[in-house]
Design a protein around this ligand. Sequence first.
Ligand SMILES: Nc1ncnc2c1ncn2[C@@H]1O[C@H](COP(=O)(O)OP(=O)(O)OP(=O)(O)O)[C@@H](O)[C@H]1O
Length: 243
Amino acid sequence: MDTLLELKSINAAYDDKLVLKDVDLKINRNDFVGIIGPNGGGKTTLLKVILGILKPISGEININGTSIGYLPQINKIDSKFPISVRDVVLSGLMGVKKLFGRYSPENRKSANKLMEQMGILHLKNKNIGELSGGQLQRVFLCRAIISDPQLLILDEPDTYVDSNFEGELYEILDQLNDHMAIVVVSHDVGTICSHVKTIACVNQTLCYHDSNIISQEQLAAYNCPIDLITHGEVPHRVLKHHH
Ligand SMILES: Nc1ncnc2c1ncn2[C@@H]1O[C@H](COP(=O)(O)OP(=O)(O)OP(=O)(O)O)[C@@H](O)[C@H]1O
């Protein structure tokens, strides 16, 4: 079981406000981890620490040279920046060698294939400022996976997508999980639990749950807010019971 990433006793803060406290997390090849927790609980901060965007005040991070693809929260992206859909997707290859400073025909082919798979090929020459939230989300998902990273990190990938694409999105993630580890943050506990393999609940501290089935009692014990759960009536959002 190859470890792609390990965090040990991480404390992270903004100014003097402690946001993550004594967090341990290990991601192995083929893991599919869902990160849940209340608003302001520190989920995005945890991703920032993993990505090296935020330096923790203490603790140890072992990345072991793992390549990481990242889908940021779409509402935090400045879509006024003048760049085409195709160029955003290709920019996911920034670390990959270009032929004479240009993207190779293979690069362009894989960008087209991904855009087709996500249903956005017809938008390839559009400026990203002209897209809807759901379209933008697909563009940035293509960008995150085009380099075929060992670890894919997604911060609320389903915020703007409709329920049709949400199903497709998780099918795509399932396929990718055959050869890459996935960490996904979501507020939709029901949806996330039915797709991931394990769950980490983040509310300043991190509680790791080695299964995708989690009861209300366990959520409460992990300090995760029960009001995150949508009860009964809404299809596909019923939380599985613990056996
Ligand atoms: N750049 C920043 N400067 C100061 N405080 C910040 C900054 N970013 C986040 N915080 C604070 O840190 C805490 C954790 O924020 P974070 O974004 O990690 O939470 P989250 O679990 O991702 O929340 P949400 O579910 O609302 O996206 C919050 O109290 C937030 O106000």
